[in-house]
Design a protein around this ligand. Structure first.
Ligand SMILES: [Cu+2]
Length: 183
């Protein structure tokens, strides 16, 4: 745990230092993100992974984050064949946000993409849902691989507003874990 946290702080500090002088002062007051176990609920009877996906939970990255994580620094892993039920909430008091599951592509797109799974996106994908709006979507993770949970509002995803989704053929249960952020 100590090592992981240490590595985390290093990764976050590194990410913030590339942010430039303008955003730096405000961003540095944001504490290192931690994973709240309440964000993920696994129902083994129905093979459903419920995820609380909170846009702009903290001020990190000008609030362009999900659950306080940016640039893939949080990974949801689900077993192949499970249903993923995403409860999206926009906690950002200023900007609209949305979410969709897209392919793990680089460079990151500037616009919304076709979703990687059927109906794996919120309403108002390009426009974004306003502050405190919520939307739920669910899809069957029927393909193994690496995907992104990505904000579809123009430029947000490319600016770091994305986390990872791994659909695993070997995982037995869903999990949610922090990992070093990166492009
Ligand atoms: Cu956004």
């Amino acid at each position: 745990m100590g090592t992981t946290q240490g590595a985390w702080r290093a990764a976050v500090t590194l990410a913030l230092s590339s942010f430039g002088a303008a955003g730096g002062a405000a961003a540095q007051t944001v504490p290192a993100p931690v994973v709240d176990p309440a964000w993920l609920k696994a129902d083994t009877a129905t093979w459903t992974a419920g995820l609380e996906l909170i846009a702009g939970l903290t001020g990190l990255n000008g609030a362009l984050n999900f659950n306080g994580f940016r640039d893939g620094g949080l990974t949801l892993t689900v077993p192949k064949g499970w249903t993923v039920a995403v409860h999206f909430r926009n906690h950002d008091g200023m900007l609209p946000h949305s979410a969709e599951v897209i392919a793990d592509v680089h460079p990151l797109p500037l616009q919304p993409q076709p979703s990687a799974f059927d109906r794996a996106f919120t309403l108002k994908l390009a426009e974004g849902l306003p502050p405190e709006a919520t939307d739920d979507f669910r899809f069957i993770a029927n393909r193994e691989g690496s995907f992104l949970l990505f904000c579809g509002v123009a430029g947000h995803g490319a600016a770091g507003m994305w986390i990872r989704l791994m659909v695993s053929g070997s995982a037995r249960l869903p999990s949610l874990a922090a990992n070093p952020a990166g492009k």
